[in-house]
Design a protein around this ligand. Structure first.
Ligand SMILES: Cc1cc2nc3c(=O)[nH]c(=O)nc-3n(C[C@H](O)[C@H](O)[C@H](O)COP(=O)(O)OP(=O)(O)OC[C@H]3O[C@@H](n4cnc5c(N)ncnc54)[C@H](O)[C@@H]3O)c2cc1C
Length: 636
């Protein structure tokens, strides 16, 4: 059962205001405001037949959101349903496929997308039937086709307001949808993207129909119809097409940089250009009032988000938190410790947005929390593990170039408690793990991570250790971390030593699958274990030989900036080849599970590994074990 925290209650109130406040604003504008204040008000005059169409569709939209929110709330608090709806869609193996076919959508997300699509199509059909039965009649001399496209353009325009309602809802940072309804951020983002793409296609069809109608009409040029060239500007009502055009133009400007190829390569461009979406909504509202009726809940959510972020900034001004230590680990990743005045509380899977004004005043970057330590009442440390980009223009590269110091001793002393230590703005924590690590009655938690995806696994383990130490709350019997990495000397990552110092013996197991050692020509990718489920002598010998091989390797180019870390901890198992997921499940996880046990699987790994893990999860479930899964993709 998921516990309700104070911030959940705040989020509930925000969600409540957004939904019921939005509804109240929309309904009072429809029913009580007799004036049309934008280019086009379908609901005016009050009491006209079209007024009732608008009213009914607004009731349906808000009713749908309320029902969806209530259903999600109940599902989140009912374990079986929650597990079912969080499950990713997959199809059984067929033909020559060696594994199941997995989709990124969960069952819950699919249900939302399908039901939202049904609502959108209903709205289109509802207005289309009215237009075609009662709408514009063919004027003398007007072509039938022009009249048809005129009606179609109007009918197609209506669902776009519902689209605006849907795309605005899921993705603000402090969001009741994420916090109160425990929707993982990447899931909310997936739905946001699907809705955004569908809205773009729908808007393009709406515009095409308008262009067809205007062309077929033939009475006026496109320029005259859209820009009203030659007509004096009387009031907004004469310029509906102009605002529609501006809305579509803004949509295109915001949409193109959001396409995956561009977004991944030019994230800042995408981020800035996405502001055009707000411009698009503003023009859309002036184009037709109904857009506003559906946008209000989203606008309230975003306003609340901005206020909460401003409040957090004021409560914790940049000077209060600053860099304490930035060091490059031997594995190549950057460990960034941020000194805070108050302990930084977090839960597994959470991340923060970091801004270092001296590095870039505007850029905020998300990083998973790898640990949080309290040194004294007024001195705490939030720790992050960061993979620096190789491109010198990128933020993480600049971070390394600017702040990484040359030795551990320098790193430890360089910034700690210095008045000129660079200030850091922290926003968050945000995000939710798909299962509750402490209260979910889990027997085992297994983290499958690759590359810098190990960062949230460190955070999860740190969280469990801190709770075991603090109050011995029910924690999993075993925390297993399986890390696939090409990084050099991964076993010497300082977080590993930190964790082993915190955990009671026998709880934490750390398995490193070192994929940089393909040159050893390991003939099998399956790891062997002895009867006690320890890696067999051969596996250990292979690991040992790899380690000695590693130690004789030429010094990595960044070695000048390394920190000295403890040697391989006895609890760390080092395997010099790829991770064979089925074998890991068979030999390293299932032995820890009894009948009817529950396991939480946390994944922050590359696509190939993720698919293999989903297969193994499926197999494990068929054996009667309850498996709760959380996937983190590091993707925006
Ligand atoms: C929830 C979440 C948690 C993350 N946790 C970690 C972590 O613990 N350790 C780690 O090394 N990396 C983590 N990342 C990835 C990290 O945020 C990016 O690698 C980093 O922002 C790259 O910035 P850059 O400008 O140096 O590199 P770029 O080369 O510009 O970007 C590399 C990739 O990061 C994405 N990205 C760039 N800037 C941003 C931004 N401001 N916000 C979101 N995404 C951006 C881009 O889409 C691109 O695909 C996380 C990402 C997310 C979404």
């Amino acid at each position: 059962m998921i516990k309700t925290s104070r911030s959940d209650i705040v989020m509930f109130l925000i969600g409540f205001c957004s939904l019921f406040g939005g509804f109240a604003i929309a309904i009072s504008m429809i029913m009580a405001d007799p004036k049309c204040r934008t280019s086009f008000c379908l609901d005016k005059p009050i009491g006209s037949p079209r007024y009732y169409l608008v009213l009914v569709s607004v009731y349906v939209f808000y009713g749908y959101i309320l029902a969806l929110g209530a259903a999600t709330f109940v599902i989140r608090r009912t374990h079986k349903l929650d597990t079912f709806f969080r499950r990713r869609l997959s199809l059984p193996r067929f033909g020559s496929t060696s594994r199941r076919i997995h989709f990124s959508l969960s069952i819950g997300e699919l249900v939302f997308v399908l039901s939202a699509a049904a609502l959108l199509l209903w709205k289109f059909a509802y207005f289309a039937q009215w237009y075609f039965r009662n709408g514009v009649t063919t004027r003398p001399g007007q072509k039938w086709a022009a009249s048809f496209f005129n009606l179609l353009t109007h009918a197609l325009g209506h669902p776009l307001d519902v689209f605006i309602g849907f795309v605005l809802l899921p993705v603000s940072r402090h969001s009741p949808i994420a916090s109160f309804l425990h929707i993982p951020f990447d899931g909310a983002l997936r739905v946001h993207r699907i809705m955004g793409y569908a809205m773009f296609v729908w808007a393009a069809i709406h515009v095409s129909s308008f262009l067809a109608k205007t062309g077929l009409n033939g009475a006026q040029t496109y320029a005259k119809v859209i820009f009203g060239i030659g007509d004096p500007f009387k009031d907004l009502h004469d310029h509906m097409q102009l605002f529609g055009f501006l809305a579509m133009l803004s949509f295109i400007l915001g949409f193109i940089p959001a396409l995956p190829w561009l977004r991944r390569r030019h994230f800042n461009l995408f981020y800035i250009a996405h502001a055009f979406m707000l411009v698009m909504i503003a023009f859309a509202v002036v184009h037709s009032t109904t857009n506003f009726y559906y946008a209000v809940p989203g606008v309230i959510l975003w306003t609340a988000d901005l206020l909460l972020r401003a409040r957090a900034r004021m409560a914790n001004p940049a000077g209060e938190t600053h860099l304490d230590r930035v060091a490059r680990e031997e594995c190549g990743y950057i460990r960034m410790d941020i000194q805070t005045k108050t302990p930084f509380a977090f839960t597994p899977g959470q991340y923060v947005f970091i801004n270092i004004p001296t590095l870039s005043p505007l850029e905020y970057h998300p990083f998973s929390i790898s640990g949080s330590t309290t040194r004294s009442d007024t001195d705490s440390v939030l720790s992050l593990l960061i993979a620096a980009s190789w491109k010198s223009t990128e933020w993480t590269n600049k971070l390394a170039a600017r702040f990484v110091t040359h030795t551990d001793a320098e790193a430890a002393g360089a910034l700690h408690n210095r008045v000129d230590a660079p200030a850091v703005v922290i926003e968050g924590p945000f995000g939710h793990c798909g299962f509750d690590v402490l209260t979910g009655n889990l027997d085992v938690v297994a983290c499958f991570v690759s590359g810098s995806g190990v960062a949230p696994a460190f955070g999860l383990a740190h969280y469990v250790a801190a709770h075991i130490l603090a109050d011995g709350k029910k924690a999993p019997r075993k925390v297993l971390i399986f890390w696939a990495t090409r990084a050099p000397y991964p076993h010497r990552t300082s977080f590993i030593a930190d964790l082993y110092a915190l955990f009671p013996p026998g709880v934490l197991e750390f398995h490193i699958f070192d994929t940089s050692h393909k040159e050893m020509q390991v003939t099998t990718t399956h790891m062997t274990t002895d009867n006690n489920n320890k890696p067999s002598t051969t596996a250990l010998q292979a690991a040992a030989s790899t380690l000695s091989l590693a130690s004789t390797k030429s010094t990595p180019s960044h070695s000048i900036r390394t920190i000295t870390a403890p040697a391989l901890h006895p609890g760390v198992r080092h395997t010099p080849h790829r991770m064979a997921v089925p074998t890991v499940f068979d030999q390293l996880i299932r032995p820890h599970l009894g009948p009817h046990n529950r396991i939480g699987v946390f994944i922050c790994a590359n696509e190939t590994l993720r698919m293999a893990i989903r297969d193994a999860v499926y197999e494990t479930e068929t054996l009667g074990t309850t498996v709760l899964v959380h996937e983190e993709t590091y993707e925006f």
